[in-house]
Design a protein around this ligand. Structure first.
Ligand SMILES: Cc1ncc(COP(=O)(O)O)c(C=O)c1O
Length: 422
């Protein structure tokens, strides 16, 4: 693999580049042809040291680090443990700025628009708790496919601001235009809604909503959107401007492949005042995004490993990664869609899904049913998945491939579904 296909990362000087050659990652010598170039993907898969005795199709919990990233994390851990507060008090501040600069460049954001958090939860809690434009009598809106803890935060926000809560259920199946029309009607029917929670890719079904269009439509109606992008950046290829949202909570330990414990809060320039500071934030952070969610002491080593994670992400190729995830998803989901008794919960339209897609077997709508389906997949077919609940139409089983998965892995799932649906 070429050392880097893009030069998106700026300010890399303060941290040594991660080892990306030699034994760490034997890169293919030619450019990849695309999502189905197995020569290329076999080499990428070699960068992951993962359990091989099961077919793991539950990679939505978090994204394991590729070897060069894990190695850098271990180096950083040793360095922090050795240099201790002498490093943290004297040099971490500058290194943090370098990490932020690289992250902002990769996202197409400005340095002052982002801050690190320990995950998407922390970022979104800061945004929802801090949103200060609601008046008594206004309403907030969220959907069944949003994440349970963010739903709870929206309920809390509404109660605190003496607002109503409007809950909607996303239609199944959905279409691109249908989803925009659905949200447009929901906002038109509920003109008191002033704050809308949107989950870019649902952790429950994998549905990817037409975020940019919905954010723009909501803005035109005077509605602010807080976007849960825990599952999207890195699984899909986009920049901050591509989605156009003002308030976004990101996760970096899922699809960017950073160590567990790294996320990011994004507040578009000019909107900082609409999110009140975290009451626990120090005075020096009050005028900065970092002051909107005070994390306390973070895992320095994890933060310092972000450049290595971003480098791996860019060397594999963000667009190519996205294409690979969709390709692996299509291999099982589109071939299983025709099976009687199997519901595939994301549409075929490539705009409405990435790699994650859930399925439901006919009449199996309870959590217990889906725990049993997932267990059968493991016991009989050696395929690891996870059940998901909270979808209005019923529980389901989620399938999430990673870069180390092969076409054979997902074809094994398609074969299992054929047997199970028979
Ligand atoms: C849609 C969604 N939002 C938020 C989160 C929480 O992310 P984190 O674990 O980074 O706090 C998750 C985690 O799975 C998620 O799927």
């Amino acid at each position: 693999m070429k050392a880097s296909r893009r030069t998106l990362l700026k300010g890399a000087a303060a941290l040594a580049a991660p080892s990306f050659a030699g034994t760490a990652f034997a890169a293919p010598s030619r450019s990849p042809a695309g999502a189905d170039d197995e020569t290329y993907w076999r080499e990428v898969a070699k960068a992951y040291d993962v359990k091989k005795d099961i077919i793991n199709l539950e990679n939505g919990y978090w994204g394991v680090m590729a070897r060069p990233v894990a190695e850098r994390y271990v180096e950083n851990l040793k360095r922090i443990n050795h240099d201790n507060s002498y490093y943290a008090r004297r040099s971490y501040g500058d290194d943090y700025k370098t990490v932020i600069a690289q992250l902002a460049a990769a996202l197409g954001a400005e340095d002052e628009e982002i801050a690190l958090t320990r995950g998407a939860t922390e970022a979104l809690k800061g945004l929802i708790a801090g949103y200060n434009k609601l008046e008594p009598g206004d309403a907030v809106m969220y959907a069944d496919l949003d994440y349970p803890e963010m739903i709870a935060m929206m309920d809390w926000r509404a109660a605190k601001s003496e607002c109503e809560v409007v809950k909607v259920s996303i239609p199944e199946p959905s279409t691109h235009d249908g989803l925009i029309a659905f949200y447009k009607k929901a906002l038109t029917d509920n003109p008191s809604v002033k704050l809308l929670l949107l989950t870019h890719i649902s952790n429950r079904t994998g549905l990817a909503i037409p975020l940019k269009e919905i954010v723009a439509m909501a803005r035109a109606k005077g509605v602010d959107c807080i976007v849960d992008a825990a599952h999207s950046w890195g699984q899909m290829d986009f920049s901050a401007n591509d989605i156009g949202a003002d308030f976004v909570g990101y996760n970096l330990h899922k699809w960017i492949g950073a160590p567990i414990g790294v996320g990011m809060i994004y507040i578009r320039k000019g909107r900082l005042d609409d999110i009140s500071p975290d009451p626990g934030a120090p005075a020096y952070d009050m005028e900065r995004v970092a002051g909107r969610i005070h994390t306390g002491t973070m895992d320095f080593a994890a933060a310092l490993t972000l450049p290595a994670a971003l480098k791996f992400h860019h060397d594999v190729g963000p667009a190519l990664k996205a294409a690979r995830f969709s390709y692996l998803r299509d291999l099982w989901a589109e071939s299983s869609r025709e099976l009687p008794g199997v519901e595939i919960l994301t549409p075929s339209d490539p705009r409405l899904h990435a790699g994650i897609t859930s399925f439901r077997l006919a009449r199996k709508t309870t959590p217990e049913d889906n725990i049993a389906v997932s267990k059968r997949l493991l016991d009989e077919f050696n395929i690891f998945t996870v059940h998901r609940v909270g979808v209005a139409a019923g529980a389901c089983v989620r399938v999430t491939p990673a870069l180390y998965n092969t076409p054979d892995d997902v074809i094994a799932l398609a074969k299992a579904l054929k047997v199970m649906s028979a």
